[in-house]
Ligand binder design. Structure first.
Ligand code: MN
Ligand code: MN
Length: 318
């Protein structure tokens, strides 16, 4: 596969600091463009943080991630993979949320991803806060539950917030299990740490069979061993990959709303993605980058780099 239209703009044709930024300098293909049927992997912005309970800002992330992603070159220096020569990739633009209406925003997101899925495109999303994953899963799991590998310092498995609010960035995977979008026996959460209000989320995980790998176990065992277990848990069936930037230590990723100390470094942040090679990936996201807390752009650059690693994995399967 070598289709020139879908190649990123080369830094030899136009310097990387020039031009209109799309994800990784790919062509922008809107959902009603005739080229859509050619796209295999779609990079999508979800500029929505309506589920944020503490420090807001991820609604601004897709724009900053696009900007910093212009730093990305064609070849993965560690693996040698050239994803844009293996798959036709495009920037499908942003989902249009309704910033004043949470339910309407989720409906709009699900409709968008239904169209992406109907076109046979595997989505790689730049959030947005972590509630974005729920309306995406509603579209991708329409024909059956998915497995999930989830990198985060939080489980996002809480039942509710402030007494009865069911939809926040702390609840998406509780809802996803309840709605049958995720098979809890094929879900593994990695990197969990930090202070908590209570253990209600962990008790739920235990009760339904979700495997939680806390940060202490992650560091005791190491990346290779932990990721080998994660791979066994999800198996060969379709699996979603959800990556919250706060999985990474705030020394490396300070630009996020709910940082937790004592996490992986930026190298380990990439290693865990490289360990996903060969998986059956139904979609992936990178969420919770918060530009208001990221004045250097360093967190967004790390986020864009993780998206590139995920893209390399998605371009290698099959
Ligand atoms: Mn999260
Ligand atoms: Mn988190």
């Amino acid at each position: 596969m070598d289709d020139a239209f879908f190649h990123p703009v080369s830094g030899f044709d136009l310097p990387r600091f020039a031009g209109i930024p799309t994800f990784m300098r790919l062509p922008h293909v809107a959902l009603d463009d005739p080229q859509l049927s050619q796209v295999q992997i779609g990079l999508i912005g979800a500029p929505w943080d309506g589920g944020t309970t503490n420090r807001p800002g991820p609604r601004h992330a897709p724009r900053q991630l696009r900007d910093m992603s212009t730093m990305i070159r064609a070849e993965n220096g560690a693996t040698g993979v050239r994803p844009f020569e293996r798959r036709r990739c495009a920037d499908l633009g942003d989902v249009a949320p309704n910033p004043a209406d949470l339910a309407d925003s989720m409906t709009r997101m699900t409709r968008f991803y239904e169209r992406v899925r109907a076109a046979g495109i595997t989505p790689l999303t730049a959030g947005g806060d972590h509630l974005c994953s729920l309306p995406i899963l509603r579209a991708l799991a329409a024909d059956g539950s998915l497995g999930m590998i989830h990198f985060d310092s939080h489980t996002d498995l809480f039942h509710s917030y402030f007494g009865g609010t069911m939809y926040t960035h702390g609840t998406p995977f509780r809802r996803a299990v309840e709605e049958g979008l995720l098979d809890p026996h094929r879900v593994v959460q990695i990197g969990i740490r930090g202070t908590a209000y209570d253990r209600e989320d962990r008790e739920f995980a235990e009760s339904v069979g979700i495997r939680v790998i806390a940060i202490e176990e992650f560091f005791d065992r190491g990346v290779a061993d932990v990721m080998a277990e994660a791979r066994r848990i999800v198996g060969d069936a379709p699996t979603y990959v959800s990556y919250d930037i706060d999985f990474i230590d705030p020394a490396f990723a300070p630009g996020t709303g709910t940082p937790e100390i004592g996490g992986p470094n930026s190298y380990q942040a990439l290693q865990v993605v490289r360990a996903l090679k060969g998986m059956n990936i139904a979609g992936a996201d990178l969420v919770e980058v918060s530009p208001p807390f990221d004045p250097s752009g360093g967190t967004a650059y790390l986020g864009a780099s993780i998206m590139f690693e995920m893209l390399c994995i998605m371009a290698q399967d099959g």
